[in-house]
Design a binder for this molecule. Structure first.
Ligand code: ZN
Length: 800
C-alpha cells in the first residue's frame, strides 16, 4: 500500500540539505522529543495510558525532515492522533498485557474464593491454578538442596535448567494472533523489516558477518599459536604447561608470506572507491558494492522511516515492553540464577574471559605506570637523543631542562592527564589531556609510534602493559592505533613498529582508528583533496592483498588487525554545503566531510578489500566506529547500515526506532560509562543499564585508562563502578563479559576455548556455563525474548 508510494518518493529524492542540521538536539526528526522517560522498574506498558505516550510524541514529532510528507498518510496520522481506536486495538501488542491483566483478575477471584471457602471446606486439597504456579515467588534455597525439577515439561536434562518463570499467558492468546492484524501494525513491522533487510545487504556484501570471515574457520592458523589450556575441567586437574609470551615465541622469519595473485587486480571507480576486477576481464567486478548515491538514498529512506511519529511511538513501546519483561523475569528468577552460579565449580566473575572492546592504545596504561616509566627513563637514559625540535636533536635530560623540571618534581598532579573535572562537553580540552604536563613534546617522545626514537619508548611501555595482561590471563584488549592518511608509508611504518618491536600478545588484537581530520591536513597543505587521504589509507592495503611480498611486515601485522574505527569529536556539526556531495577527488574544499561520508568511504573500500582477502583466505576486516557519543543521531543510522558494531551509542536513547533495530540485529555496542561521565553524560543518566535490561548487545570498555582510570586493572574498575551504581549482579557481570567476547574480533577457535565449543549456536546450546558462568536460564530468557520479537516482525511484515 503506502509503502510503494514511499519507495517511489525516495527514488526521486535529491540529496537536499536537511533544513535544521545546525540544531544539535533536534537536528533530525529521529529524536524522540520527550526523551528521558523516567521509567520506574515496575512501570509496565499497560499501566500507562496510551494517550500519555503516543499523543505527545505525535504532536511534538519533528515532521520537517523532508518535504515528502505523504509518509504521514491518513492511516498513520489517524493512528497517532486517535490512540484509543487504533493503538489499543492492535491485536498482539497488547495481548500479553491484557492477558496478564485477565490472569490477575482470575487469580484474584480464585484466591478470594479460596479465602472465602477455606474455612468451610477445610479438608479440600490446596491446589494452585497454573497461573498462580507460574508466578509463585521463590524463596532462597540452601546450596545443598536440589532445585525443584520441571521434569514433567522438560524433554531432556539440558532443558530442565533453562525453564524460567514469566507469569501466565491466557489460553486464547494464540487465537488473538491469528485474527487479521491491523494495517497499522503490518505497516510498522514492514518498515522494521525493510531496515533490517538494508543492513543485511550492506553487511553481507562487505563480508562483515562472522561466518564469512576466513579467520573463523576451523582450519585457520593462528600464529603464534594460542596458549594451551592449563586446566582439565573434567578430571579437575592442573595440566603442567609452559606458555611463553608471544613476544618471545614470535619469529618474523617463520611467517609464511604468500606471493602475487594473478587473477584479480584493483583500480578506482567513478565514485573514487577502490574496486577489484578480474585481470582477464576488467568488466567483471568482484562484488557490486552500493554506490555513494545508493547509500545516501538508503540512508535517507531509513532516516525518514525512523523519524516517522507512529514508528517512534511503536518502537518506544516495544522497548518499554522489553524492559518490563526483564523486570518480571528478574523478580521471578533471580534466586534460581544465583543458585546455579553458586553451584558452578571454579568459575566466578574474576576468572571468566572478558575483552576490553574499546581502548585507545596511546592511553592504555594508567597514569602511575606512565609516571614511573618517565622517571625510570630520566634516571637511566637521560643522555639518549630523543627528539628533533627547533633545529637540533635534544636528549631526554635537555628536554626536561627546557621544561624546567626534574624527575623529583614529577607526580600525577604535574602530569595532569586525568579528565574528570574540566572536560565535560569539551572534547577539545580532552584531546589536550593526551599531553603529559601539557607538553606536546613529551607526548611525542613517550606516546607516539612514529618519532625520532622510532617509537621505542611506547613499544617498551606497551609490552609492560601486555605482560600485565598476560599475567592476569582473563583480560584481553582490543587496542585502537592510529593511521591518519597523511602519507602513503604510514602503514609500513606502523607494521614495522609492531613487528620489529614484537609488540605482539595473545591478549591483544588491533583496530585501526582513522581520525576525521581531513580539514587540518588540507589547511596545512599535506593533501590536496579528500581522495589523497583515501589513497594513503587504502592503496597499501590493496597492494599487500595483491602481493603480500610487497609489504611482508604489513601482511603479518594485518593478521592481528580486526578492523577499522573512525574517531574524532562527534559533537562537531556536520554541515551540508553542497546540494549533492562531490566525490573525494573533487572534494577540495577546506570543509571536513560529514560523518556519514567518512563512514561510506571506509565501508566501500573495505568491502572490495574484504571480498578479495576472503578469496585469498586472508582474514577480513570489520567496521567498528565510534558512534552516537555526541552530535547528530543520524550517525547511528549510518553505522547501523555500514558497521558491524559501534562504540558508545549513548545517543540511541534519543532514537527509539533505531535503538529497536540495534536490539533486533544485536549490533554490538561497546559502552564506557566512566568515559561518558567525564565527557558527555553523567554516570546516573547513562542509558547503559537500560540497554542491558532491554537485551541490547552491550559490553563494558574503558576507552582511555590513562585519562579515566585510577587502578591497575582499568577494566575491572569499569565493571566494578557499574556494578555498584547500577546494582549489577554477578550473573549480570558474567553476561556482560560473555557479550564482550562475542563482540570481539578474536578468531573463533580462541573464542571456543574461552566461552565454549558451540558458542556460535543460538540460545542455550551456545552457552557453556562451566566457562561463562552465565546460567542457562538467563541465556534462554534472552534467546526466547529476541526470537519472539523477530517472529513478530516476520509474521506481520509478511502480511503485505
Ligand atoms: Zn574512544
Amino acid at each position: 500500500m503506502n509503502i510503494n508510494q514511499t519507495a517511489k518518493d525516495f527514488s526521486d529524492l535529491s540529496l537536499e540539505p536537511a533544513p535544521s542540521h545546525d540544531d544539535l538536539e533536534h537536528s533530525s526528526g529521529l529524536v524522540l522529543t520527550e526523551t528521558e522517560h523516567p521509567l520506574e522498574p515496575q512501570t509496565s506498558v499497560s499501566s500507562q495510558s496510551p494517550e500519555e505516550n503516543s499523543v505527545p510524541v505525535a504532536a511534538n514529532a519533528n515532521f520537517s525532515y523532508h518535504e515528502n510528507q505523504q509518509l504521514f498518510d491518513s492511516n498513520c496520522k489517524q493512528m497517532a492522533i486517535d490512540a484509543h481506536t487504533s493503538i489499543v486495538e492492535q491485536p498482539f501488542q497488547y495481548s500479553n498485557s491484557t492477558a496478564s491483566i485477565a490472569g490477575i483478575n482470575n487469580n484474584d477471584q480464585t484466591t478470594n474464593t479460596d479465602n472465602n471457602n477455606r474455612p468451610t471446606i477445610g479438608n479440600k486439597p490446596r491446589t494452585l491454578s497454573t497461573s498462580a504456579q507460574n508466578t509463585l515467588p521463590e524463596a532462597p534455597r540452601p546450596l545443598w538442596e536440589t532445585p525443584p525439577s520441571n521434569s514433567e515439561t522438560a524433554t531432556n536434562g539440558r532443558n530442565k535448567n533453562t525453564l524460567y518463570k514469566m507469569g501466565m499467558i491466557a489460553e486464547d492468546s494464540t487465537q488473538q494472533v491469528l485474527d487479521d492484524p491491523s494495517p497499522e501494525l503490518v505497516d510498522l513491522y514492514t518498515k522494521v523489516q525493510e531496515c533490517r533487510d538494508l543492513r543485511n545487504k550492506y553487511q553481507t556484501l562487505s563480508l562483515q558477518n562472522n561466518d564469512q570471515n576466513p579467520k573463523n574457520s576451523a582450519t585457520y592458523e593462528v600464529y603464534p599459536s594460542p596458549p594451551k589450556p592449563s586446566y582439565n575441567a573434567e578430571t579437575k586437574t592442573v595440566i603442567p604447561v609452559t606458555n611463553l609470551p608471544d613476544s618471545e615465541t614470535f619469529d618474523f622469519e617463520a611467517c609464511e608470506i604468500p606471493g602475487e595473485d594473478p587473477n584479480w587486480n584493483y583500480s578506482i571507480n567513478e565514485d573514487d572507491s577502490y574496486v577489484v576486477f578480474k585481470t582477464e576481464n576488467p568488466e567483471e567486478k568482484i562484488a557490486a558494492i552500493p554506490t555513494l548515491r545508493d547509500y545516501y538514498l538508503d540512508l535517507d529512506k531509513m532516516i525518514s522511516i525512523s523519524s516517522d511519529g507512529p514508528a517512534k511511538s511503536f518502537a518506544f513501546r516495544r522497548l518499554q515492553y522489553l524492559e518490563a519483561r526483564w523486570n518480571l523475569y528478574i523478580l521471578l528468577n533471580e534466586y534460581q540464577e544465583t543458585s546455579v552460579s553458586k553451584r558452578n565449580p571454579h568459575r566466578d566473575f574474576y576468572n571468566v574471559r572478558k575483552v576490553d572492546t574499546h581502548v585507545h592504545h596511546s592511553a592504555c596504561m594508567n597514569q602511575k605506570h606512565l609516571l614511573r616509566f618517565i622517571k625510570y627513563k630520566l634516571r637511566h637514559s637521560k643522555n639518549e637523543k630523543v627528539i628533533f625540535r627547533d633545529d637540533k636533536v635534544l636528549t631526554l635530560a635537555e628536554v626536561f631542562q627546557s621544561l624546567n623540571l626534574t624527575g623529583y618534581d614529577l607526580s600525577i598532579d604535574t602530569l595532569d592527564m586525568h579528565a574528570h573535572k574540566d572536560t565535560f562537553h569539551r572534547f577539545d580540552k580532552f584531546n589536550l589531556k593526551y599531553n603529559p604536563i601539557g607538553e606536546s613534546r613529551l607526548r611525542e617522545i613517550f606516546l607516539k609510534t612514529n618519532n625520532y626514537i622510532k617509537g621505542s619508548y611506547l613499544a617498551e611501555i606497551t609490552k609492560q602493559v601486555m605482560s600485565d595482561l598476560e599475567n592476569s590471563k582473563y583480560q584481553n584488549c582490543e587496542y585502537r592505533i592510529s593511521v591518519y592518511g597523511r602519507s602513503i608509508d604510514e602503514w609500513d611504518k606502523l607494521a614495522s613498529w609492531i613487528i620489529d618491536n614484537k609488540v605482539i600478545s595473545h591478549n591483544v588484537r588491533w583496530l585501526i582508528q582513522i581520525p576525521r581530520l581531513y580539514d587540518i591536513y588540507k589547511k596545512t597543505g599535506i593533501v590536496a583533496n579528500f581522495n589523497d587521504t583515501c589513497k594513503n589509507l587504502f592503496q597499501p592495503l590493496f597492494e599487500v592483498t595483491k602481493n603480500p611480498k610487497s609489504h611482508p611486515k604489513l601482511h603479518v601485522f594485518l593478521q592481528r588487525v580486526i578492523g577499522f574505527d573512525s574517531v574524532d569529536d562527534e559533537s562537531k556539526v556536520d554541515r551540508r554545503f553542497h546540494r549533492k556531495y562531490p566525490k573525494p577527488s573533487l572534494w577540495e574544499s577546506a570543509q571536513n566531510p560529514p560523518y556519514s561520508y567518512y563512514l561510506y568511504y571506509l565501508y566501500s573500500n573495505l568491502a572490495s578489500l574484504n571480498q578479495w582477502r576472503a578469496k585469498r583466505g586472508f582474514n577480513t576486516l570489520v567496521l567498528r566506529p565510534h558512534c552516537g557519543e555526541a552530535g547528530d543521531p543520524e550517525h547511528l543510522v549510518s553505522a547501523y547500515l555500514l558497521a558491524q558494531g559501534i562504540s558508545h551509542g549513548i545517543l540511541l536513547r534519543k532514537v527509539p526506532f533505531v535503538q529497536y533495530l540495534y536490539y533486533l540485529d544485536q549490533v554490538g555496542i561497546a559502552m564506557s560509562p566512566l568515559s561518558n561521565n567525564a565527557l558527555f553524560l553523567t554516570y546516573d543518566k547513562n542509558p547503559f543499564p537500560r540497554y542491558f535490561r532491554r537485551g541490547l548487545n552491550v559490553s563494558l570498555s574503558t576507552d582511555d585508562p590513562l585519562q579515566f582510570s585510577y587502578t591497575r586493572e582499568p577494566l575491572i574498575e569499569e565493571y566494578s563502578v557499574a556494578a555498584q551504581i547500577y546494582k549489577l549482579s554477578n550473573v549480570d557481570m558474567c553476561e556482560l563479559a560473555r557479550n564482550s567476547v562475542i563482540q570481539s574480533g578474536w578468531e573463533a577457535q580462541i573464542k571456543e576455548h574461552w566461552i565454549g565449543e558451540d558458542f556460535e549456536k543460538p540460545g542455550v546450546e551456545g552457552n557453556d556455563v562451566s566457562k561463562t558462568n552465565v546460567p542457562d536460564i538467563r541465556v534462554n530468557y534472552r534467546y526466547d525474548t529476541l526470537s519472539t520479537e523477530l517472529e513478530l516482525v516476520n509474521h506481520f511484515a509478511n502480511f503485505k
